[in-house]
Write a protein that binds this ligand. Structure first.
Ligand code: IPE
Ligand code: IPE
Ligand code: MG
Length: 262
């Protein structure tokens, strides 16, 4: 990854750059199979697309990028593939931290990390510590993550706060739940991209993507680079987000900011 810096001057209207992009990086296995190679080769090649998209996010001034690397359901894959994915996660964490630092990228892992080996959990914590003060981009890697898991763990936290008298059951509203979800300190995804041609959410960020703009591309993840990502960002910039209002209301900007601040 080359060293890059945010290029704020290149975009007249910063509101049109999504603050948070979430991506389902799908299609590694098919990409490798098309080339008569093992699926796991596709996962390795996919790391190059991760670098390209991280760099482009810094360049474009995207504040937060969340990448779906391993879902709660991916444990159901053949054990050999799961094991190679874990090794790849481990070696990528080790190999990329310096470059993330050079680019001012803060790394966080979201998901149920207790299921990973102790060694991998330590490596994750180290990478998070070493990059904790970086400010150019929040990079979240979703690993053993599921949208339903996230809502469930938030519910558990609500219940334990109620049981400890820290929270009144009558005060449990959307904000109270949202505050206990993963990355409650960051904005919700504005743009939700899925590569690989499938048009489904696959239990990725569910609650927080309630008003995300969806973008699907047939490109397989290893084929998705800075140019394809740029097209998705440009497509987003053309969209009118209405948040339940009429197009006219949005054009006059009345009410929109109120929703965005929620
Ligand atoms: C996405 O690519 C990566 C992970 C789920 C880890 P896939 O491995 O799902 O690739 P396809 O969908 O089988 O081509
Ligand atoms: C979603 O892709 C998970 C990741 C990209 C990590 P999958 O390939 O696992 O999704 P499904 O099973 O086809 O819906
Ligand atoms: Mg897939």
């Amino acid at each position: 990854m080359d060293t890059v810096s945010p290029d704020s001057g290149a975009h007249d209207d910063q509101r049109r750059v999504p603050q948070h992009v979430a991506i389902i990086m799908d299609g590694n296995g098919r990409w490798a199979n098309q080339r008569n190679r093992a699926r796991t080769w596709g996962h390795r090649e996919g790391v190059k697309s991760v670098r390209a998209v991280v760099e482009e996010s810094v360049r474009r001034g995207v504040g937060t990028l969340t990448l779906f690397a391993f879902s709660s359901e991916n444990w159901r894959r053949p054990p050999a593939e799961v094991s190679i994915l874990m090794d790849l996660f481990m070696s990528t964490l080790r190999g990329e931290v310096r470059r993330l630092n050079d680019n001012g990228v803060r790394l966080r892992v979201i998901g149920e990390r207790g299921a990973f080996s102790e060694k991998l959990q330590r490596r994750i914590a180290e990478a998070e510590d070493v990059t904790a003060n970086n400010r150019s981009l929040n990079l979240q890697v979703a690993a053993n993550y599921g949208g339903r898991w996230d809502i469930t763990q938030a519910t558990r936290r609500v219940l334990s706060d109620v049981a400890a008298n820290r929270l009144d059951p009558a005060a449990v509203d959307e904000k109270a739940i949202a505050a206990r979800l993963s990355f409650a300190d960051l904005p919700d995804p504005d743009l939700f991209i899925r590569t690989g041609g499938e048009k489904r959410l696959s239990n990725f960020i569910l609650w927080q993507s309630a008003y995300a703009e969806l973008y699907f591309t047939d490109l397989l993840w290893p084929e998705f680079g800075a140019a394809a990502y740029g097209l998705a960002l440009d497509d987003f910039a053309q969209r009118q987000r209405r948040f339940g209002l009429t197009g006219e209301q949005v054009a006059n900007r009345s009410g929109v900011d109120d929703y965005e601040r929620r």
